[in-house]
Design a protein around this ligand. Structure first.
Ligand SMILES: Nc1ncnc2c1ncn2[C@@H]1O[C@H](COP(=O)(O)OP(=O)(O)OP(=O)(O)O)[C@@H](O)[C@H]1O
Ligand SMILES: [Mg+2]
Length: 242
């Protein structure tokens, strides 16, 4: 569970998170909101890259604000970035291995096994030796997800994993994200502009409106709220069919 308490972030005159309090309890939680709404900033607070001016965040009852980023990895926090972090000159396996090197395992063999299993989990077992530069956009996003399921994650945060994907690629991505809680036991916090992806995988969804909570609840109900539709979805057909 993610427990956010009276959280505020300030960058000069900009306040991308403004007195936010929310408890996120479901296995897969969505986060939507327009460009600049503070979504990535919230993930940055959770992972320790941004220090809030006020408030606190706990994950599964343990306070994470004030804890160094690398110590949060030990606590089971994992994230992917909006701009993928795949090294072009390393193979897929080496890329995932590099992420595993920052995580504690019982043995080298356990680490190697975890890397292989994570890559298999996202469906890229046939691409182990492919260099980063030769991976497609979809494969790079999936490789990023493989890195987040290593070790014993408690919370997997994904920042726009569906960006730039075709419909068929997104349907594979949906299956992978849905399977994360069962695969590794982690809660998933998913940021994406693709509302169809959010609708397909998230048990609950929150909407950020420039640092404030506009809505939170079961995904279908949230996406059908008139104020959410007006503000973010326009005449989005999918919301119609939910
Ligand atoms: N390190 C920073 N320094 C100054 N301002 C920042 C910083 N990071 C984010 N901001 C500002 O904070 C606000 C929220 O940005 P954020 O990246 O969290 O939005 P977002 O919801 O992730 O948007 P997008 O959908 O475009 O990814 C924006 O006005 C942004 O310009
Ligand atoms: Mg962002």
């Amino acid at each position: 569970m993610i427990d956010i308490h009276e959280l505020s972030v300030q960058f000069g005159g900009v306040k991308p998170i403004d007195g936010l309090s929310v408890k996120l309890t479901k296995p897969i939680v969505g986060l939507i909101g327009p460009n600049g709404a503070g979504k990535t900033t919230l993930l940055n607070v959770l992972s320790g890259f941004v220090v809030p001016v006020q408030g606190s965040v706990s994950v599964d009852g343990r306070r994470v604000t004030g804890v160094a980023p690398h110590a949060r990895t030990d606590m089971g926090l994992r994230r992917s970035f909006q701009t993928d972090q795949i090294a072009d000159d390393l193979s897929l396996q080496e890329n995932v291995q590099a992420a595993a090197d920052h995580i504690a395992f019982d043995s080298r063999q356990a680490r190697r096994n975890a890397v292989t299993q994570a890559i298999g989990f996202v469906g890229l077992g046939h691409r182990l030796d492919r260099r980063g530069s030769k991976l497609s956009t979809e494969e790079r996003h999936l490789a990023e997800i493989a890195k987040t399921v290593l070790g014993k994650p408690r919370l997997v945060m994904l920042d726009e994993p569906g960006a730039g994907m075709s419909e068929s690629e997104t349907s594979h991505l949906q299956r992978v994200i849905r399977a994360i809680p069962t695969f590794c036991g982690a809660q998933v916090f998913l940021v994406d502009h693709d509302v169809a992806l959010i609708a397909a995988v998230c048990n609950e969804t929150m909407v950020l409106d420039f640092g404030k909570l506009l809505a939170l609840g079961p995904t279908e109900a949230v996406l059908n709220k008139p104020e959410v539709r007006r503000a973010y979805l326009g005449d989005f057909d999918h919301a119609e069919s939910l």
